[in-house]
Write a protein that binds this ligand. Sequence first.
Ligand SMILES: CC(C)(COP(=O)(O)OP(=O)(O)OC[C@H]1O[C@@H](n2cnc3c(N)ncnc32)[C@H](O)[C@@H]1OP(=O)(O)O)[C@@H](O)C(=O)NCCC(=O)NCCS
Length: 185
Amino acid sequence: MTRPAPGQLAALGQLALVELAESHLDEIAAIETVSSPVPWSRSLFLGELSMPPSERHWLVGTIDGQVAGFGGVMLVADEAHLMNIAVDPARRRHGIASHILTRLMLDIVEAGVSHLTLEVRTDNAAAIRLYDDFGFVAAGERKDYYGVGKHALIMWAHDIDRPDHLAGLHHLAGLRHGNELGETP
Ligand SMILES: CC(C)(COP(=O)(O)OP(=O)(O)OC[C@H]1O[C@@H](n2cnc3c(N)ncnc32)[C@H](O)[C@@H]1OP(=O)(O)O)[C@@H](O)C(=O)NCCC(=O)NCCS
C-alpha cells in the first residue's frame, strides 16, 4: 500500500473527510463530468442520499471548504461495491483518493464488510494502480461494460478485515491524525 509524501500534501492544505451532503452535489457533479467518460448525473448522486445508511456510505474530501474528491460504496451483507471515486483533476496525485479509500474501508469493516469489489475500465491505468496498492486483484472482465470496445476489469479485495490489512489502513489513517498529512479530523 502506498502513501503520499507529506510535502505534497502540505502544499494542498487541510483535507477533511465528511459525509456526502446535498450541498456537495454541484461540485461533485462538476468533478464527475471531467473525470468519467460516462459521468453520473447530479440526480443520480442525489438519489444516493435517499438510500439507507445500512446500504450506502459516501465520503467527500474537502480542502478549505471546497470539494477535492469523493467516493462511495454500496453495502450488501458482508460485501461492498465501490460505486465511484474521483478527485478534482487539479488536486490529483496528492493522496486524496488514497485517504478516501482508506477511510471507506475502515468504516465498512466496522459495519461488518469483509470483501470489497469494483469495476474499472481496462485502460484506466491510474485507477488500477491505486486499487493494486490497496490489495485489489483482478477477477475477470465484463466485455463492453462501458460501451462497445470499452471493457471493465472486475477487481476484488478479499478479507479486508484481516489484521494485517487493517493495520495498514490504521497506519495510513493514523498518519493523517498525527498531522503529518495535515488533515482535520
Ligand atoms: C483514479 C483517481 C481517483 C486517483 O486519485 P488521486 O487522488 O490522484 O490518487 P492518489 O494520489 O491517492 O494516488 C495513489 C496511488 O494511485 C496510483 N496513481 C494515481 N494516479 C496515477 C496516475 N495518473 N498514474 C499512475 N498511477 C497513479 C499511484 O500508485 C498512486 O501512488 P503514488 O502517487 O505514490 O505513486 C483519479 O485519477 C481520478 O479521479 N480519476 C478519474 C476518475 C476515475 O477514473 N475513477 C476510478 C473509477 S473506477
